[in-house]
Design a protein around this ligand. Sequence first.
Ligand code: XMP
Length: 528
Amino acid sequence: MTEQTETQQRPALVVDFGAQYAQLIARRVREAGVYSEIVPHTATAEEIAAKNPVALILSGGPSSVYDEGAPQLDPKVFDLGVPTLGICYGFQYMAQTLGGEVANTGLREYGATDATISASDSPLMTGQPAEQNVWMSHGDQVARAPEGFEVLATTNATKVAAFADEDRRFYGVQWHPEVKHSDHGQAIIENFLHKGAGLPTDWNSDNVIAEQIARIREQVGDARVISALSGGVDSAVSTALVHKAIGDQLTAVFVDHGLLRQGEREQVEKDYVESTGVRLITVDAVDTFLGHLAGVTDPETKRKIIGREFIRAFEQVQLDLVEEAKATGGAPVKFLVQGTLYPDVVESGGGAGTANIKSHHNVGGLPEDLDFELVEPLRALFKDEVRAIGRELGIPEAIVGRQPFPGPGLGIRIIGEVTRERLEVLREADAIAREELTKAGLDQTIWQCPVVLLADVRSVGVQGDGRTYGHPIVLRPVSSEDAMTADWTRLPYDVLSKISNRITNEVREVNRVVLDVTSKPPATIEWE
Ligand code: XMP
């Protein structure tokens, strides 16, 4: 645990009881205009108090409060005088710890459930319809609310489905207000924050930009800074933010490894530079990368080669800049910008520093012999917030609205050896799919849609009078909140048909388009 918060704003703290919902709750809180951070349930009351929280939200969790080893929270947290909302397991934990009763009745509620709100005058339930559809996932029930609590809602199976102690500003709901399947879930979260805890709406992109600019200037002083642009959203926004703070003290570096999609290099070199004014060095490393990838089919080996060559290319520019600074007596190059996001920080333990950030988020990795300090202006942010800031900074929509794209690029979307010709085929097919999805207005519906070339597979087709023996292209449209799990997106048939017709007509070597209808798990999003 660290006492440091990621911004100067006092956070609403989401206590993570180990389910996958903590990040979603933290995002919903921010959507309500309140800054949030996540802490593990193992944080002590002192550690929580040190973060000076304006509210606490106890998340759901996978356990029963009666399970051996069920996640606990320091009960002194309830003496801190901080307004608190318990959700699902957090609700039951609150009930049990504060003197109520949790019973294992054997009645399980799962999925869409009808709830009846019995106390519409409670701040938590203000404006809520008396009958509503909520999303449940629990076995135990709160059988009796603790002393001082009023019951706010019931369901058929649960007599205490929500409660409140207005004096202490303690609230709880058995259902999951953070998921979209709970019809009025976001309103519950907003009611808790604004009416229950009395918090203002003060988290927005203007504030974030102003605060980060001040922080960056303070951290960097007059030293020089470099940044690796990948063409993706995170590096584009972190670079633009740093540029806004320190102007030409920053040099951005873009390595073209030849595994980019159609138009991406131009987007960065032209549109991005025009809109931000960033000083950019492009390294054309296409021949080097493709040379090293020749003959390689194993996905892990491909990844290693691409990662290694990226570091080499970037390192060379870094060394050149360091040398140049020495030769000209300019300010030393001391900092490296990294587009680390809040989910990376949380997943790697929530501490300061970068040692345990997932390697594939660590664009290119940090060269060991160059002693750079990191500038990470997006450490407190979720992806959708990064996009909002990017728009505010005037970065072109084509970059800000981009779907996640893996660091190793098209290199892991060609199943088989990566060659110049195959990359060309895949690039054309991918451009068609993207164009048609955008035209159909589906960019917001899907999380991402990898287009994959099965380069080692051929099948017979017929085109005109002749038989063909071409490759299949796979469309992998997925819906997801965070890429940890995903479902295949039910795209309209006419859009799929248009994409398929265009790809088979316009892209040579491709005579079949197939659709991947697998969720994650068991499959991953990328094919590799
Ligand atoms: P998988 O295939 O593991 O992908 O389900 C999950 C998400 O991560 C992206 N991905 C990567 N992103 N570098 C990245 O920056 C990588 O090496 C990498 N590999 C996968 C993938 O596109 C999906 O969004």
